[in-house]
Design a protein around this ligand. Structure first.
Ligand code: NIG
Ligand code: FE
Length: 389
């Protein structure tokens, strides 16, 4: 069955060959035709072919559904008290992760899945049609594999993050924990995941440990991505580029050599403004990365500690207000950028052959995502050709 959405004031295709020659490939007074789970046509509303169904966009905006390429959604409990303490001046540190590890280990499968499902519904209502999510709050063989099994029921973009922090039982022997993460735990987790990630940071894993984790994962067919340079300068970004990670995530503390490495490699810099917002930390400098020619993605990092938001529009607004991005750049990074960070070409764009993941925005243009922060603008969402909002 085919559907045409007509009377779109602004269509964001992210394909310059289909629209104006900006990276967003904008088409004004546009239409989109969906057949099954694919987009089959985009162009001027006046030339749209006839189809079974017609939806009138009434002069609003259509863009690709958001691609949230970084989240941590399999967890139990929350960390309201830690957030409250932070807002009274206490700094953020990786140690808070242990609170969520204890709560997650104690939770039943049903509770973990219910929490995940609730957060996904929340994200979908705001226009997220693809999301990546990670383990990392189990830190035992069983608990990590369980998190990945639950995640894999909801997304293909599943990441094994056994190397989130050293599990509490191994506090005195981090090397033994790295052996577990790269050995028995990896064997149990690899069948359920596409990606392997490591938190490369003081208080988590150093450069050598991160390298061991990522190369072991690669040998089992998992592709690397890295939590890099979030809280301080360190080796994460350059390691990510060296190992051809799909993405280096956070990128808050960068040297010129880090920026050069990203500009000369194929690793996307994924910026997570929700984390700087919720930890009152210094913003990542998106402008510096973009001016150097680095591909930038924006994602939520949704997790109960450092960034408890599922809202891609919120991240777009922060990136524009505080990280030096233009509205066009931020919208591109939250859609096509996220797709690049997942090495996907079927999402994050709207053109013939793309997956029919669309967001109808109650606004005359995509700029309103930053111009009207905090306003629920999502008026319709299609995922794989099916209207779900
Ligand atoms: O991406 N940086 C490491 N992991 C998460 C935070 C996890 C937590 O605080 O629970 C992040 O910000
Ligand atoms: Fe994260």
């Amino acid at each position: 069955m085919s559907t045409v959405i007509t009377n779109i004031a602004t269509l964001v295709t992210n394909d310059p060959s289909l629209g104006d020659d900006s990276p967003l490939g904008l088409v004004r007074d546009a239409a989109v035709v969906i057949d099954g789970d694919r987009v089959v046509w985009t162009g001027a509303s006046s030339r749209a072919p006839a189809t079974d169904n017609r939806v009138d966009a009434e002069g609003r905006t259509v863009l690709p559904g958001f691609v949230d390429s970084h989240s941590h959604l399999v967890f139990a409990g929350d960390r309201t008290e830690e957030f409250n303490a932070r807002m009274s001046g206490r700094p953020y540190g990786a140690g808070g992760i242990r609170t969520t590890v204890a709560a997650t280990r104690a939770a039943g499968d049903g509770d973990l899945e219910a929490n995940l499902t609730r957060l996904l519904a929340e994200a979908l209502r705001q226009g997220t049609t693809t999301f990546e999510t990670k383990s990392g709050y189990g830190l035992t063989v069983e608990d990590e594999a369980r998190a990945l099994r639950i995640a894999a029921r909801h997304t293909d973009e599943v990441t094994y993050l056994g190397a989130h922090i050293v599990a509490p039982e191994y506090a005195g022997d981090p090397a033994a924990y790295v052996d577990l993460v790269t050995g028995e735990m990896l064997d149990a987790c690899a069948p359920h995941a596409r990606w392997i990630d490591v938190f490369c940071e003081k208080g988590a894993f150093d450069g050598d440990q991160a390298r061991a984790v990522l190369t072991a994962g690669r040998a089992k067919g998992l592709h690397p991505r890295v939590h890099a340079n979030q809280l301080s300068h360190g080796p994460g970004v350059q390691l990510a580029v060296e190992l051809d990670a799909a993405s280096a995530d956070h990128c808050t503390h960068l040297t010129d050599a880090d920026v050069d490495a990203l500009a000369n490699g194929d690793t996307v810099a994924t910026l997570l403004p929700g984390a700087e917002f919720s930890t009152r930390a210094e913003w990542p400098d998106a402008r510096r990365l973009l001016d150097a020619g680095v591909t930038v993605a924006l994602s939520t990092d949704c997790n109960p500690g450092s960034s408890f938001t599922s809202s891609m529009p919120f991240c777009v607004a922060l990136a524009v207000r505080d990280m030096g991005m233009t509205p066009d750049e931020a919208v591109w990074s939250a859609t096509a950028g996220g797709a690049a960070a997942l090495r996907r070409t079927d999402i994050g764009r709207l053109g013939p052959g793309a997956r029919a993941d669309l967001l109808l925005l109650d606004a005359p243009s995509h700029v309103h995502l930053a111009y009207r922060p905090g306003v629920p603008l999502a008026a319709g969402v299609w995922r794989r050709g099916v209207r779900v909002v």
